[in-house]
Design a protein around this ligand. Structure first.
Ligand SMILES: Nc1nc2c(c(=O)[nH]1)N(C=O)[C@@H](CNc1ccc(C(=O)N[C@@H](CCC(=O)O)C(=O)O)cc1)CN2
Ligand SMILES: Nc1ncnc2c1ncn2[C@@H]1O[C@H](COP(=O)(O)OP(=O)(O)OP(=O)(O)O)[C@@H](O)[C@H]1O
Length: 181
């Protein structure tokens, strides 16, 4: 069995090293642009550390007439919410060094979830930070498109999966779009 903790540490180190070399931009691929439509809610995130920055994707979504929401967390026992964010509004400091909308912002139901991740594999299984926030959000919004955003160095041969894991529909890296086989 693969040890998730050791795997997380290894991937964080690979991601940090890649980032230290000067991170490339994540360019919106045509496959994402084709999914965007006025009135849809797309969730983005503010990167922490060496995570891939999805802001070019969020900008494309705004240009396509979508609403943007950002994840908001408090404690591990409280589910994550996706709160409306009008891209000009100031963000507040949250746990884990996160920048989040004010907790009074309106909660939205996402159509497309752009998700941060630590590692992914060719089956588009996803490994996150281990708090289960996104796993629980995927279960709460089962019809939303789950699209991972990551650096290509975060791909691994195979990931251990748990019963609750829902695979991603696609991943966007600095080299483009990867769709579930
Ligand atoms: N940018 C971003 N926003 C996000 C997440 C995320 O993974 N990335 N989340 C996804 O669930 C939620 C916040 N959950 C988190 C859960 C645990 C840790 C955590 O354990 N962080 C490590 C350091 C991680 C690193 O250096 O890469 C720590 O604090 O020790 C961080 C965020 C919502 N917002
Ligand atoms: N649908 C769900 N409902 C309730 N709890 C869940 C659900 N999915 C996952 N969890 C809980 O979340 C915890 C973390 O799971 P896991 O290690 O797979 O997280 P992860 O995918 O790395 O993290 P994240 O989703 O935060 O990025 C597990 O203890 C699990 O019990």
């Amino acid at each position: 069995m693969i040890d998730k903790r050791a795997l997380r540490a290894r991937i964080r180190a690979a991601r940090d090293a890649f980032f230290a070399g000067g991170p490339p931009a994540i360019v919106p691929p045509p496959e994402l642009l084709a999914l965007l439509a006025p009135g849809l809610t797309v969730t983005s995130y503010v990167p922490i550390g060496s995570e891939a920055d999805p802001s070019p994707l969020a900008r494309a979504a705004v240009e396509a007439g979508c609403s943007i929401a950002l994840p908001h967390v408090t404690t591990r026992s409280e589910p994550m919410r996706f709160l409306a964010w009008d891209t000009e509004a100031a963000l507040q400091a949250g746990p884990y060094g996160l920048h989040q909308p004010a907790s009074e912002a309106q909660a939205l139901a996402p159509d497309i979830i752009l998700t941060p991740l630590l590692a992914f594999d060719a089956k588009l299984d996803r490994l996150g930070q281990g708090a289960g926030y996104y796993d629980r959000a995927f279960a709460q919004f089962p019809t939303a498109r789950r699209i991972g955003v990551a650096w290509s160095v975060q791909q691994v041969e195979t990931l251990p999966t748990d019963a609750w894991d829902m695979p991603l529909h696609a991943i966007i890296t600095e080299t483009g779009w990867i769709e579930r086989p």
